[in-house]
Design a protein around this ligand. Structure first.
Ligand SMILES: [Zn+2]
Length: 91
């Protein structure tokens, strides 16, 4: 279900912090919940050379809203005007 088939290897923590800005957002995967929280990738205390996507193998997250342990991790979205931002709905 969660197999990633990406040709581009994920950035390491060091590369991510240098290029994309230090923050990632951890999302609850329960669609009804979708609680999310931002973290600085360096605050996990993991090696700089670890791929960002491997953070979830080394750190456990539990949703503070619903107790779900299935989470996903993504770069913090850029705040460009008109861009869709997860967690906000219209109508
Ligand atoms: Zn949740």
């Amino acid at each position: 279900m969660s197999a990633n088939r990406q040709n581009i290897p994920p950035p390491t923590i060091a590369a991510f912090a240098a290029n994309r800005g230090p923050r990632v957002i951890v999302y609850c995967e329960r669609i009804e919940c979708f609680h999310h929280a931002a973290f600085d990738v360096r605050e996990f205390g993991l090696p700089d050379e670890l791929p960002v996507t491997d953070i979830l193998r080394h750190r456990r997250f539990v949703c503070s809203q619903c107790g779900n342990r299935r989470v996903s991790i993504r770069p913090e979205p850029p705040r460009a005007p008109g861009q869709w931002i997860p967690g906000e709905r219209q109508g």
